[in-house]
Design a protein around this ligand. Structure first.
Ligand code: CMP
Length: 152
């Protein structure tokens, strides 16, 4: 078992299109566990910190102004192989490659306005979680199904 935590952010387009519940429901139904959640309009400083690896790319300025344009939702999801499971569930960044059945494949047609962001690897998950949450914000609890699994 590899229980991981991953960071997910619903972007301003996802909030504006009332897709917060849709995204949460998909992750819950898959069996992932929500351990932290908050909502905020990102400052430019926070957005630049989040997307530091994209600084200098031709879409960077547009990405920063888009991501700071309205409310966003930050979440930490926990579960077996959570990082790759969530990445698979949100779909490819390229709209031509995001499969139907994924969040982006079902709801996004434009690369920048792609509803949701999720960490791509362990180091990113750790960095992104720490960017938005302190240790005390992340709940530790067991659900009934987990009690059953760990007792087997
Ligand atoms: P995300 O998974 O949040 O990671 C970086 C974001 O930059 C990406 O989703 C898109 O919103 C945006 N992005 C990536 N590539 C491009 C691109 N070629 N043009 C515009 N935006 C992009």
């Amino acid at each position: 078992m590899s229980i991981q935590r991953t960071f997910v952010m619903i972007k301003p387009d996802g909030v504006a299109r009332r897709l917060i519940g849709e995204c949460i429901q998909r992750f819950e139904r898959r069996g992932l566990k929500l351990v932290a959640i908050k909502m905020q309009i990102l400052t430019r400083e926070k957005a630049e910190e989040h997307y530091q690896e994209h600084k200098g790319k031709e879409f960077y300025e547009s990405l920063i102004s888009f991501i700071t344009s309205g409310p966003t939702v930050q979440m930490v999801w926990e579960g077996e192989d959570a990082i790759n499971q969530v990445r698979n569930m949100i779909g490819n960044t390229n709209p031509l490659k995001s499969e139907p059945g994924t969040i982006r494949g079902d709801f996004a047609l434009i690369t920048q306005m792609n509803i949701v962001h999720a960490s791509d690897k362990t180091e990113s998950a750790e960095r992104e979680i720490a960017l938005y949450f302190s240790t005390g914000d992340i709940l530790q609890y067991k659900t009934d199904d987990e009690h059953w699994l760990t007792s087997k």
